[in-house]
Ligand binder design. Structure first.
Ligand SMILES: O=P(O)(O)OC[C@H]1O[C@H](OP(=O)(O)OP(=O)(O)O)[C@H](O)[C@@H]1O
Ligand SMILES: Nc1ncnc2[nH]cnc12
Length: 176
């Protein structure tokens, strides 16, 4: 638990960013502390391996802050990593979905060969607020015929009830 409190102490709350009324939870200071990063990754990997019995084929990270965690977790699990990117960043054939999040609307995209039907997936991001971004990721995964086993976050803004719009269980390290 001391490890989790160390991580909590590094998260910086910035009022009125990127819009008035939003309290932005900034996870980047965690990455100034390698011991905190190691604790965070170990905590998440322990949670995944102790609660999911099925083989995880693909770890999906959400653009952009999900990319800080997803590839490292995939490496530890011996799984593939696939990115979900914002509109216009991926080459070749893509699948896309529009969605709304706490402070705006956006489009997520994946490369058409990022997954195969029947694969098991976990989705990782820094934070869940309304759940719009994570739910859109779930829609993309399902469009491949793959299945989300779990969504993982560093931070959950519980008042915004993001868990209610997801099609699989959620785990968050810190609840605000
Ligand atoms: O639960 P929601 O209401 O959908 O909000 C959560 C999303 O918002 C933030 O991403 P943002 O789109 O700001 O992208 P960034 O990581 O590129 O800053 C955050 O990293 C989540 O992806
Ligand atoms: N309050 C918040 N802080 C950081 N990222 C967010 N994404 C959506 N809401 C957010």
């Amino acid at each position: 638990m001391a490890d989790i409190e160390r991580i909590r102490g590094l998260i910086r709350a910035i009022p009125d960013f990127p819009k008035p009324g939003i309290i932005f939870q900034d996870i980047f200071p965690i990455f100034q502390d390698p011991i905190a990063v190691e604790s965070l990754i170990t905590h998440l990997v322990y949670h995944i391996t102790s609660t999911i019995n099925e083989k995880i084929d693909v770890v999906i990270g959400l653009d952009a802050r999900g990319f800080l965690l997803g590839p490292v977790i995939a490496l530890r699990l011996g799984a593939a990593f696939a990115p979900i990117r914002k509109k216009g960043k991926l080459p070749g054939e893509i699948v896309s979905v529009e969605y709304a999040k706490e402070y705006g609307v956006d489009t997520f995209e994946m490369e058409k060969d990022a997954m195969k039907p029947g694969q098991n997936v976990i989705v990782i991001d820094d934070l869940i607020a309304t759940g719009g971004s994570a739910a859109a990721a779930g829609i993309l995964v399902n469009s491949f015929g793959a299945k989300v086993l779990k969504y993982l976050f560093v931070i959950e803004l519980i008042e915004l009830k993001g868990a209610d719009v997801l099609n699989a269980p959620l785990y968050s390290v810190l609840k605000y």
